[in-house]
Ligand binder design. Structure first.
Ligand code: PLP
Length: 413
């Protein structure tokens, strides 16, 4: 594989390329930067005539083409067999809150659902609300603090013939762990339940493959993988067809439209298609060819080859600061089982002191619970202060990591 063209890549991102001294973006797990091609696609969709869908005139037909292309992009991103199962909405959380109302209608009082101690609130709170509305029992799976993963046997221990749904994250926004999703989904299906997978933190680094892991639903957020502020939910068509949509009476009953309430954000849809093309262009730049999905897979493989040494250095550098504890996989031999999102606490120094010191040097990192309330609780950390989280994306450099490490070390004295 040719070396990752980091300078060429960084030149594509105005937030990085334009300022004389760009900030160090290490808050990528909260949201990524956007390449010019995506920004142009959003602006063009508005400049060319922002029309609604379903009209007879050319502007409306153009909006329909944008809508089609966005759903095809969603299908390529998650590996879906067809765009019919791709539902696009405001965010992962909004989509999950919306579809949970329909899934709740499949459940009877006394049925059970399973949520995890590893998940972000966006994949916990909607299911707790659904359970409250429908009189369901909630079972919890903890993560293993040795392996830092959701273990299939721990999931099996809370499953029962009454389990209707299991909601679990593919990769954690706090520990960075990647779960063995195919193995977990097999357990869910042994009990005849539905598997709802939150792939928000996986998708900036790996393309999910809904057919390979055999899940029933998978959700991700484009603004975490270099795109606009949109969420993408894929559902197995045979399951979506059984769900009653919460929708306006005159809205379409077709898939996926019946789950996409209101007027689509056409300009952002244009940005989503351009985002898939951007990831595929990483494949082109690194010698990959084939379908868009194949080029995206190649591009991400090249991006990971660039990110991995940065993640190893970040982990080693934080671990070398006396008093720190990294909450996640640190064994270099297991680096492939995590995304490059690294969270830590210090024995005596509060998390915000690190985040503030880095902010003062234009190094962007987050401190707090990061909406990973359950992981923070399972780890016995303070909900008020949480962790310091540094998250690498493919446009980061070794220099970014060194600057962050030097600033962290200075705080620790
Ligand atoms: C793992 C995970 N799930 C869900 C979400 C929520 O995504 P959204 O902001 O699109 O609702 C996030 C956001 O940080 C996340 O990290």
């Amino acid at each position: 594989m040719p070396p990752f063209p980091i300078d060429q890549v960084r030149a594509l991102f105005p937030a990085i390329a334009r300022p004389a001294q760009p900030p160090v973006f290490l808050d990528n797990a909260a949201g990524t930067q956007v390449p010019q091609s995506v920004i142009d696609a959003v602006a063009d969709a508005m400049a060319q005539g922002a029309c609604n869908l379903g009209g007879r005139f050319s502007g409306s037909r153009r909006a329909m083409d944008i809508w089609d292309a966005a759903h095809q992009a969603g299908a390529d991103i998650v590996g879906a067999p067809s765009p019919r199962g791709v539902i696009i909405g405001a965010s992962m959380t909004a989509l999950t809150l919306h579809i949970s109302r329909s899934i709740g209608r499949l459940c009877q009082p006394g049925d059970e659902i399973v949520v995890t101690r590893m998940d972000h609130e966006g994949d916990v709170a909607p299911w707790l609300l659904m359970a409250q509305d429908r009189g369901l029992t909630v079972r919890w799976v903890p993560f293993d603090t040795q392996s830092w993963q959701l273990e299939p046997q721990a999931l099996r221990a809370v499953m029962s013939p009454r389990t209707r749904l299991v909601a679990m994250n593919y990769a954690s926004n706090l520990t960075g762990s990647i779960n063995d999703m195919a193995a977990l989904v097999r357990v869910v299906h042994e009990f005849g339940a539905l598997a709802y997978v939150d792939a928000v933190q996986l998708t900036p680094h790996h393309l999910p493959d809904v057919q390979a892991i055999d899940c029933d639903f998978l959700v991700c957020s484009a603004y975490k993988f270099f795109g606009p502020h949109l969420g993408v939910l894929w559902g197995r068509e045979s399951v979506l067809e059984t769900l009653e949509a919460y929708k306006c009476r005159c809205a379409s009953d077709d898939l996926p439209e019946r789950f996409e309430s209101g007027t689509p954000q056409t300009e952002l849809l244009a940005g989503l298609a351009a985002t898939a093309d951007y990831i595929a262009s990483l494949g082109d730049m690194t010698g990959h060819s084939g379908s868009r999905r194949e080029r995206m897979l190649g591009g991400y493989a090249a991006a990971r080859a660039h990110e991995t040494p940065l993640a190893l250095r970040l982990i080693a550098g934080i671990a070398a600061i006396p008093g720190t504890t990294i909450h996640g996989i640190t064994n270099p031999n297991r680096i492939g089982e995590r995304v490059p999102t690294v969270s830590f606490t210090h024995d005596t120094i509060p998390t915000h002191a690190f985040a503030q010191a880095l902010a003062d040097q234009e190094i962007f990192v987050w401190s707090g619970h990061n909406y990973a309330l359950e992981p923070v609780r399972q780890l016995g950390l303070s909900e008020a202060t949480g962790v310091v989280r540094l998250a690498i994306a493919h446009y980061n450099t070794a220099d970014d990591v060194e600057r962050a490490l030097a600033a962290l070390a200075a705080v620790a004295g």
